[in-house]
Design a binder for this molecule. Structure first.
Ligand code: ADP
Length: 737
């Protein structure tokens, strides 16, 4: 008979440098306690068997690989075909059998090519009724525990009591697959491992994958050598996948690891939440220990109940948090809508953005204005941080729980802000909302130095570490992490704010349109009113002149004065109407841009003004550049500035008005007249705002016209003045190349 061992397919030199790639599911070996035999799915001929199968079958008389499976099982009075028939519907079939007067559990499953039959001795008898009562009691108790910790503590203690291992641990994985013991039940004399952390290399990724497939596994005796599985010639190149096997041998490296820990037997049950490995129930015994198949099944069942219970609790907690933060978010958005101001809405009232997450501080940076809530870094630091965030991600959201790792300057305020979550309001990254979480200094106790998970012996062989002595590492500069839910809330808040902004923008657009209409109506109204006033005014003026010319001498002094006042007032009124018409007419004017000479315009205006203010000297700078704008209305601007300059300096001894340019876009009209207090520098550009009495004629509209002309060009006008010394009015008509 020819024996082919599939161990040729399993790499010979698996060590710690490549153990994460070790194909442990095709290890080709079996734990010694049980037996394996497999056969072809079609012809039922035997394809493989474990090398010690002669313990239960009479090997000497049978050439194994030439036999159909039922032939050898017939010899021990087992109708294997009936059992295998069940595998048409089920994934696993198990049955109690007696072989040579010993009890076994027969466990059968199949893969694409073969039926795999495992036989595990089962000396343990369990009363099924009592067993069921126990299980349902445990299931109820788990569900009744309120907190995750209570559930874990309870689970650890019932498994300890029920399966009688020396140590039972609930082991939880973190995001990097490092694990920590979060609950433990143990024999009193053993040192506690509660709170200890284990590096991810202790359970390599392919082992974690196997846990997902096969919920509960035991090693009944760490120190017994595994047995090989022999294959027929036809199957020798096809590895046997033992992923679903109950008896699969364990990686030699794992065995060495357990031996280093002095562990004699283990049971491991996978805690699977949302289809991924959340943690393990890990049982250690310091001598060999066997748990039968049915106990393992119930352990699997209870672990599932435990996993579901944790999942439900965490879902409920998350739901509560979502409900709470959704409430806060709705209130914040209402506040923003009512206040019509994002910063006020997010910071002024009972609820602020600091209530949206578990942050301890928050900042709002809008329109270059920084508002701080709770515990935040200095404003200058926050601005600096925002500049860093802007350039460090193309996204409009950024978060980290260890800021100083990415932005070393932040070390100085790590106690306030090791965690940062920043949401920019728009893609321009100008405005932002930021949340801060403080540093939480953590002491992580590792089971042995996590940097030294291997040791090198004198033959230069790498072995799993031998020391499991507590090794403490302090973690600095880290905050509590930002949860998915916190990030989701911030993203939702941002979306809500954007919606409000868009809504407000539309409102503003509508209001603008209405304002424009109202403005136009007002302009045509003031135009028609002013226009309509002209006719009666002309009538009054005509009659007043007739009275003056025909009846003046016959009037008494009061009558004479009254006629003069009427004629003066009419003149004033006419000037006012002229100005108002000019002012309101400006709104409608379409500008026609071109370059032209300002001195030329001045020279056109000057003759009329000279008649009124004869004594004023006018100096026009010679090297003035051409100005770009609408020539007609720029004439109005110059007329008003020039007239004011001459009017308000005319009573001085040597009145002087200079017209010139400061730059190629900025022009000025300067006088040495009465000047005014600079506190009026803005109001004088409003309509009817006069700083003088009737001593100086005027309607109070001139500068409003000047400003309107400049505004229509998108330019700027401003003044510098000193009482009794004079004023200089500067303007530009926008910047043009
Ligand atoms: P007004 O018709 O009264 O001149 P304006 O609108 O042109 O109206 O000017 C508003 C006010 O600004 C004036 O009443 C005057 O008090 C002040 N003002 C304007 N220009 C000058 C100037 N060049 N020197 C001093 N005061 C001035």
């Amino acid at each position: 008979m020819k024996n082919f061992s599939p161990s040729t397919l399993y790499p010979k030199n698996v060590d710690l440098t490549n153990c994460d790639k070790e194909p442990i599911h095709i290890i080709g070996k079996l734990q010694k306690r049980g037996y394996l035999v497999s056969c072809n799915l079609q012809n039922l001929n035997i394809t493989r068997y474990s090398e010690h199968i002669g313990d239960i079958f009479d090997l000497n008389h049978i050439a194994f690989f030439e036999q159909p499976i039922h032939a050898i099982f017939e010899k021990i009075d087992i109708d294997i075909l009936v059992i295998l028939d069940y595998l048409k519907e089920k994934k696993v079939v198990y049955q109690e059998v007696v072989i040579n007067s010993s009890k076994f559990t027969l466990i059968a499953h199949k893969n694409e090519l073969e039926y795999i039959i495992e036989l595990e001795p089962n000396p343990i008898h369990i009363d099924p009724f009592e067993y069921q009562l126990q299980l349902s009691d445990i299931a109820t108790q788990i569900n009744e525990k309120d907190t995750l910790q209570d559930k874990c503590d309870y689970a650890a203690s019932w498994i300890k009591q029920y399966l009688e291992y020396d140590r039972v641990m609930i082991y939880k994985f973190d995001a990097d697959w490092n694990g920590s013991v979060i609950a433990e039940s143990k024999e009193n004399h053993l040192e506690s491992w509660l709170g200890l952390h284990y590096p991810s290399t202790d359970i390599p990724q392919q082992a974690r994958k196997l846990f997902l497939k096969q919920g509960v596994r035991i090693i009944d005796n760490v120190n017994s050598d595994p047995v090989s599985i022999l294959s027929s010639e036809a199957m020798s190149e096809i590895p046997l996948d033992l992923s679903n096997s109950e008896l699969r041998a364990v990686s030699p490296i794992h065995i060495e690891y357990l031996q280093n820990m002095k562990v004699g037997a283990t049971l491991t049950a996978a805690i699977v939440i949302n289809k991924s490995l959340w943690g393990l129930i890990a049982c250690h015994h310091y001598s060999s220990r066997f748990i039968n198949f049915y106990q393992r099944l119930s352990c699997k069942f209870l672990t599932q109940i435990f996993s579901t219970s944790i999942l439900l609790d965490s879902k409920n907690t998350v739901l509560d948090q979502i409900k709470n933060s959704a409430k806060v978010r709705t209130i914040l958005i209402d506040q923003i809508t009512q206040e019509k101001d994002i910063t006020l809405g997010l910071s002024r009232f009972e609820y602020t953005i600091n209530d949206l997450t578990n942050a301890t501080g928050a900042a709002i940076y809008i329109d270059n204005d920084l508002t701080l809530l709770g515990s935040c870094p200095e404003p200058a630091r926050i601005k600096e941080l925002l500049e860093f965030i802007k350039t460090s991600t193309p996204d409009i959201i950024y978060y980290t729980e260890s800021l100083s790792e990415h932005f070393p300057i932040a070390k100085s305020y790590k106690s306030i802000a090791s965690g940062v979550l920043c949401q920019f309001i728009s893609k321009t990254k100008k405005d932002a909302l930021i949340w801060f979480k403080p540093e939480v200094i953590q002491t992580v106790n590792w089971a042995g130095n996590p940097e030294k998970t291997v040791t090198v012996d004198k033959d230069h062989k790498l072995s799993p570490r031998k020391s499991f002595e507590k090794w403490s590492v302090e973690h600095e500069g880290k905050s509590e992490p930002w949860t998915d839910q916190e990030i989701a809330e911030v993203v939702s808040l941002h979306k809500n704010i954007t919606d409000v902004i868009i809504e407000k923008y539309n409102e503003v657009r509508e209001l603008n349109a209405k304002l424009k209409m109202a403005y136009e109506e007002l302009e045509s109204f003031s135009y028609s009113v002013s226009h309509d006033l002209r006719a009666p005014l002309r009538g009054i003026d005509g009659f007043a002149h007739i009275i003056k010319e025909e009846y003046f001498e016959s009037l008494d002094d009061f009558g004479k004065d009254s006629i003069k006042t009427i004629i003066d007032s009419v003149e004033k009124m006419n000037a006012l109407i002229d100005d108002i018409l000019e002012y309101s007419g400006l709104g409608k004017k379409q500008l026609q841009f071109r370059y032209f000479s300002l001195p030329k315009i001045v020279n056109e205006i000057l003759p009329d003004l000279k008649k009124l203010y004869k004594n004023v000297t006018i100096v026009i700078s010679e090297d003035m550049p051409e100005i770009y704008g609408d020539r007609n209305i720029t004439g109005l601007l110059m007329k008003n500035l020039l007239e004011n300059a001459m009017k308000y300096s005319s009573k001085k001894e040597e009145p002087l008005v200079t017209i010139g340019s400061l730059t190629k876009n900025t022009f000025f009209v300067k006088d040495n007249g009465i000047g005014f207090n600079m506190k009026h520098k803005k109001t004088i550009f409003g309509v009817f705002n006069r700083l003088v009495t009737d001593e100086y004629k005027g309607s109070g509209i001139g500068l409003a016209i000047a400003k309107r002309v400049v505004d229509k060009h998108n330019g700027k006008i401003w003044v510098e003045s000193l009482e009794n010394k004079g004023s200089t009015f500067y303007f530009n008509l926008g910047t043009h190349e």
